[in-house]
Design a protein around this ligand. Structure first.
Ligand code: NAD
Length: 238
Protein backbone atom coordinates (compact mmCIF):
# COMPACT_ATOMS: atom_id res chain seq x y z
CA UNK A 1 0.00 0.00 0.00
CA UNK A 2 1.24 3.48 -0.84
CA UNK A 3 -0.33 6.45 0.88
CA UNK A 4 0.02 10.09 -0.03
CA UNK A 5 -0.78 12.86 2.44
CA UNK A 6 -1.91 16.19 1.00
CA UNK A 7 -2.40 19.04 3.46
CA UNK A 8 -5.15 21.58 2.88
CA UNK A 9 -7.20 19.66 0.34
CA UNK A 10 -10.78 20.73 0.99
CA UNK A 11 -10.66 22.77 -2.22
CA UNK A 12 -8.38 24.38 -4.80
CA UNK A 13 -4.92 23.12 -5.62
CA UNK A 14 -4.86 20.63 -2.73
CA UNK A 15 -8.02 18.92 -3.96
CA UNK A 16 -6.62 18.59 -7.50
CA UNK A 17 -3.36 17.14 -6.15
CA UNK A 18 -5.31 14.64 -4.04
CA UNK A 19 -7.37 13.48 -7.02
CA UNK A 20 -4.31 13.29 -9.30
CA UNK A 21 -2.58 10.93 -6.85
CA UNK A 22 -5.73 8.80 -6.57
CA UNK A 23 -5.81 8.54 -10.37
CA UNK A 24 -2.16 7.44 -10.23
CA UNK A 25 -3.11 4.53 -7.97
CA UNK A 26 -2.43 5.85 -4.47
CA UNK A 27 -4.57 5.96 -1.37
CA UNK A 28 -4.89 9.58 -0.35
CA UNK A 29 -4.97 11.01 3.15
CA UNK A 30 -5.64 14.70 3.39
CA UNK A 31 -6.31 17.31 6.02
CA UNK A 32 -8.40 20.43 6.21
CA UNK A 33 -8.93 23.03 8.92
CA UNK A 34 -12.42 24.15 7.91
CA UNK A 35 -15.01 23.47 5.20
CA UNK A 36 -16.22 19.98 6.06
CA UNK A 37 -18.50 19.94 3.02
CA UNK A 38 -15.52 20.72 0.78
CA UNK A 39 -13.54 17.91 2.41
CA UNK A 40 -16.41 15.47 1.82
CA UNK A 41 -16.44 16.43 -1.85
CA UNK A 42 -12.66 15.88 -2.06
CA UNK A 43 -13.10 12.45 -0.47
CA UNK A 44 -15.83 11.61 -2.97
CA UNK A 45 -13.60 12.62 -5.89
CA UNK A 46 -10.68 10.55 -4.56
CA UNK A 47 -12.89 7.48 -4.31
CA UNK A 48 -14.34 8.11 -7.77
CA UNK A 49 -10.75 8.16 -9.06
CA UNK A 50 -10.15 4.73 -7.52
CA UNK A 51 -8.26 5.61 -4.33
CA UNK A 52 -9.08 5.19 -0.67
CA UNK A 53 -9.79 8.56 0.96
CA UNK A 54 -8.65 9.31 4.51
CA UNK A 55 -9.79 12.78 5.60
CA UNK A 56 -8.39 14.39 8.76
CA UNK A 57 -9.65 17.49 10.47
CA UNK A 58 -6.27 19.00 11.41
CA UNK A 59 -4.68 22.44 11.51
CA UNK A 60 -1.13 22.06 10.18
CA UNK A 61 0.13 24.78 12.52
CA UNK A 62 -0.94 22.76 15.58
CA UNK A 63 1.82 20.39 16.74
CA UNK A 64 -0.52 18.00 18.56
CA UNK A 65 -3.02 17.75 15.72
CA UNK A 66 -0.23 17.09 13.22
CA UNK A 67 1.33 14.38 15.42
CA UNK A 68 -2.06 12.69 15.88
CA UNK A 69 -2.75 12.73 12.16
CA UNK A 70 0.62 11.18 11.29
CA UNK A 71 0.30 8.51 13.97
CA UNK A 72 -2.84 7.30 12.19
CA UNK A 73 -1.18 7.01 8.76
CA UNK A 74 -0.07 3.64 7.36
CA UNK A 75 2.17 3.08 4.34
CA UNK A 76 3.11 6.74 3.96
CA UNK A 77 5.27 7.35 0.88
CA UNK A 78 4.63 10.94 -0.24
CA UNK A 79 3.77 14.15 1.62
CA UNK A 80 2.56 17.28 -0.13
CA UNK A 81 2.74 20.38 2.06
CA UNK A 82 0.08 22.38 0.26
CA UNK A 83 -1.92 24.07 3.05
CA UNK A 84 -1.38 27.79 2.94
CA UNK A 85 -2.99 31.14 3.58
CA UNK A 86 -2.40 34.50 1.96
CA UNK A 87 -2.47 37.99 3.41
CA UNK A 88 -2.93 41.17 1.43
CA UNK A 89 -1.69 43.98 3.67
CA UNK A 90 0.77 46.84 3.59
CA UNK A 91 3.75 46.32 5.91
CA UNK A 92 2.90 49.42 7.93
CA UNK A 93 -0.60 48.07 8.57
CA UNK A 94 0.27 44.41 9.22
CA UNK A 95 -0.28 43.29 12.81
CA UNK A 96 2.22 40.99 14.48
CA UNK A 97 -0.47 38.35 14.96
CA UNK A 98 -1.40 38.42 11.25
CA UNK A 99 2.28 38.12 10.29
CA UNK A 100 2.77 35.21 12.69
CA UNK A 101 -0.38 33.42 11.55
CA UNK A 102 0.87 33.39 7.94
CA UNK A 103 4.20 31.92 9.05
CA UNK A 104 2.48 29.46 11.40
CA UNK A 105 0.46 27.91 8.58
CA UNK A 106 2.83 28.31 5.63
CA UNK A 107 6.18 27.56 7.28
CA UNK A 108 5.63 25.97 10.70
CA UNK A 109 2.98 23.71 9.12
CA UNK A 110 5.44 22.40 6.54
CA UNK A 111 8.09 21.91 9.22
CA UNK A 112 5.74 20.03 11.57
CA UNK A 113 4.46 17.75 8.80
CA UNK A 114 7.96 17.09 7.46
CA UNK A 115 9.28 16.27 10.94
CA UNK A 116 6.37 13.93 11.61
CA UNK A 117 6.77 12.28 8.20
CA UNK A 118 10.48 11.43 8.43
CA UNK A 119 10.24 8.34 10.68
CA UNK A 120 7.31 7.04 8.64
CA UNK A 121 9.16 7.49 5.34
CA UNK A 122 12.35 5.93 6.76
CA UNK A 123 10.34 2.93 7.91
CA UNK A 124 9.26 2.45 4.30
CA UNK A 125 12.84 2.81 3.01
CA UNK A 126 12.44 6.35 1.66
CA UNK A 127 9.88 8.58 0.05
CA UNK A 128 9.40 12.15 -0.96
CA UNK A 129 8.03 15.51 0.09
CA UNK A 130 6.72 18.22 -2.22
CA UNK A 131 6.16 21.70 -0.82
CA UNK A 132 3.86 24.23 -2.44
CA UNK A 133 5.62 27.58 -2.47
CA UNK A 134 4.76 30.48 -4.79
CA UNK A 135 6.36 32.67 -7.42
CA UNK A 136 6.07 35.45 -4.82
CA UNK A 137 8.57 33.53 -2.71
CA UNK A 138 11.05 34.16 -5.52
CA UNK A 139 9.94 37.55 -6.79
CA UNK A 140 8.20 39.23 -3.84
CA UNK A 141 4.72 40.74 -4.13
CA UNK A 142 3.95 44.30 -3.14
CA UNK A 143 1.51 44.39 -0.19
CA UNK A 144 2.04 40.66 0.42
CA UNK A 145 5.24 40.78 2.46
CA UNK A 146 4.26 38.13 5.02
CA UNK A 147 3.08 35.76 2.30
CA UNK A 148 6.14 36.38 0.09
CA UNK A 149 8.54 35.95 3.02
CA UNK A 150 6.81 32.75 4.15
CA UNK A 151 6.98 31.27 0.65
CA UNK A 152 10.66 32.25 0.37
CA UNK A 153 11.23 30.48 3.70
CA UNK A 154 9.58 27.39 2.27
CA UNK A 155 12.04 27.40 -0.64
CA UNK A 156 14.95 27.61 1.83
CA UNK A 157 13.44 24.84 3.93
CA UNK A 158 13.00 22.68 0.81
CA UNK A 159 16.65 23.04 -0.18
CA UNK A 160 18.00 22.41 3.31
CA UNK A 161 15.74 19.40 3.83
CA UNK A 162 16.71 18.02 0.40
CA UNK A 163 20.39 18.03 1.36
CA UNK A 164 19.80 16.63 4.82
CA UNK A 165 17.42 13.85 3.82
CA UNK A 166 18.82 12.71 0.46
CA UNK A 167 21.25 10.19 2.02
CA UNK A 168 18.22 8.63 3.74
CA UNK A 169 16.40 8.16 0.46
CA UNK A 170 13.96 11.03 0.96
CA UNK A 171 13.69 13.59 -1.84
CA UNK A 172 12.33 17.07 -1.11
CA UNK A 173 11.20 19.47 -3.83
CA UNK A 174 8.82 22.33 -4.26
CA UNK A 175 6.60 23.91 -6.87
CA UNK A 176 6.30 27.68 -7.23
CA UNK A 177 2.95 28.39 -8.85
CA UNK A 178 2.04 31.74 -10.37
CA UNK A 179 -1.49 33.07 -10.62
CA UNK A 180 -3.75 30.05 -10.33
CA UNK A 181 -7.51 30.16 -10.70
CA UNK A 182 -8.67 29.26 -7.17
CA UNK A 183 -10.67 30.83 -4.37
CA UNK A 184 -7.44 32.12 -2.80
CA UNK A 185 -7.55 34.90 -5.38
CA UNK A 186 -11.26 35.62 -4.90
CA UNK A 187 -10.44 38.97 -3.27
CA UNK A 188 -9.39 40.18 -6.74
CA UNK A 189 -12.08 41.07 -9.26
CA UNK A 190 -12.20 39.36 -12.66
CA UNK A 191 -11.02 42.64 -14.24
CA UNK A 192 -8.06 42.95 -11.83
CA UNK A 193 -7.00 39.39 -12.55
CA UNK A 194 -7.28 39.85 -16.31
CA UNK A 195 -5.25 43.06 -16.15
CA UNK A 196 -2.55 41.36 -14.07
CA UNK A 197 -2.35 38.43 -16.45
CA UNK A 198 -2.23 40.69 -19.48
CA UNK A 199 0.70 42.68 -18.08
CA UNK A 200 2.67 39.93 -16.30
CA UNK A 201 2.02 36.47 -17.70
CA UNK A 202 3.63 35.72 -21.08
CA UNK A 203 1.28 32.77 -21.64
CA UNK A 204 -1.58 35.26 -21.20
CA UNK A 205 -3.79 33.24 -18.86
CA UNK A 206 -4.07 32.06 -15.28
CA UNK A 207 -2.93 28.54 -14.51
CA UNK A 208 -5.29 25.84 -13.29
CA UNK A 209 -5.10 23.83 -10.10
CA UNK A 210 -4.84 20.72 -12.27
CA UNK A 211 -1.71 22.09 -13.95
CA UNK A 212 -0.07 22.58 -10.54
CA UNK A 213 -1.11 19.05 -9.58
CA UNK A 214 0.65 17.64 -12.67
CA UNK A 215 3.88 19.37 -11.65
CA UNK A 216 3.61 18.01 -8.11
CA UNK A 217 3.08 14.49 -9.45
CA UNK A 218 6.08 14.87 -11.76
CA UNK A 219 8.35 15.84 -8.84
CA UNK A 220 6.95 13.08 -6.67
CA UNK A 221 7.69 10.44 -9.30
CA UNK A 222 11.07 11.58 -10.63
CA UNK A 223 13.75 9.54 -8.83
CA UNK A 224 16.71 11.83 -9.54
CA UNK A 225 15.33 15.28 -8.74
CA UNK A 226 15.72 16.74 -5.27
CA UNK A 227 16.04 20.30 -3.97
CA UNK A 228 14.31 21.63 -7.09
CA UNK A 229 11.99 24.63 -7.36
CA UNK A 230 9.67 23.95 -10.29
CA UNK A 231 7.95 27.06 -11.62
CA UNK A 232 4.36 26.68 -12.79
CA UNK A 233 3.70 30.29 -13.64
CA UNK A 234 3.11 30.76 -17.37
CA UNK A 235 6.43 32.60 -17.62
CA UNK A 236 5.54 35.32 -15.10
CA UNK A 237 8.82 34.83 -13.25
CA UNK A 238 11.70 33.40 -15.23
P1 NAD B 1 -7.22 27.80 -1.18
O1 NAD B 1 -7.41 28.91 -0.22
O2 NAD B 1 -8.24 27.59 -2.24
O3 NAD B 1 -7.02 26.43 -0.40
C1 NAD B 1 -6.18 26.33 0.71
C2 NAD B 1 -6.43 25.03 1.41
O4 NAD B 1 -5.60 24.98 2.58
C3 NAD B 1 -7.86 24.88 1.89
O5 NAD B 1 -8.25 23.54 1.75
C4 NAD B 1 -7.77 25.25 3.36
O6 NAD B 1 -8.79 24.68 4.15
C5 NAD B 1 -6.42 24.70 3.71
N1 NAD B 1 -5.85 25.30 4.91
C6 NAD B 1 -5.68 26.62 5.17
N2 NAD B 1 -5.14 26.77 6.38
C7 NAD B 1 -4.96 25.53 6.89
C8 NAD B 1 -4.44 25.03 8.10
N3 NAD B 1 -4.00 25.84 9.07
N4 NAD B 1 -4.40 23.69 8.29
C9 NAD B 1 -4.85 22.85 7.33
N5 NAD B 1 -5.37 23.26 6.16
C10 NAD B 1 -5.41 24.59 5.96
O7 NAD B 1 -5.80 28.05 -1.84
P2 NAD B 1 -5.10 27.42 -3.12
O8 NAD B 1 -5.09 28.47 -4.16
O9 NAD B 1 -5.63 26.08 -3.44
O10 NAD B 1 -3.61 27.32 -2.54
C11 NAD B 1 -3.00 26.09 -2.18
C12 NAD B 1 -1.52 26.36 -1.97
O11 NAD B 1 -0.98 26.89 -3.18
C13 NAD B 1 -1.22 27.39 -0.87
O12 NAD B 1 -0.07 27.02 -0.17
C14 NAD B 1 -0.97 28.66 -1.68
O13 NAD B 1 -0.16 29.56 -0.97
C15 NAD B 1 -0.29 28.09 -2.89
N6 NAD B 1 -0.34 28.98 -4.06
C16 NAD B 1 -1.53 29.39 -4.60
C17 NAD B 1 -1.53 30.22 -5.71
C18 NAD B 1 -2.79 30.74 -6.34
O14 NAD B 1 -2.70 31.65 -7.17
N7 NAD B 1 -3.96 30.21 -6.01
C19 NAD B 1 -0.30 30.63 -6.25
C20 NAD B 1 0.87 30.19 -5.69
C21 NAD B 1 0.85 29.35 -4.58
Amino acid sequence: MSTVLVTGASRGIGREIAVAFAEAGHDVAFCFSKDKAGAEETARLIRAAGGEALPFFADVSDEKQVEEMFSALLGLEIVVNNAGISLFSEIAKTSLSDWERVFAVNVRGAFLCTRAAIPKLLKRGGGCIVNVSSMWGEAGASCESAYSASKAALIGFTKAAAKELAPSGIRVNCVAPGIIDTEMNAHLSREEREAFVCENVPLLREGTAGEVARAVLFLAKHPYITGEVLRVNGGAVI
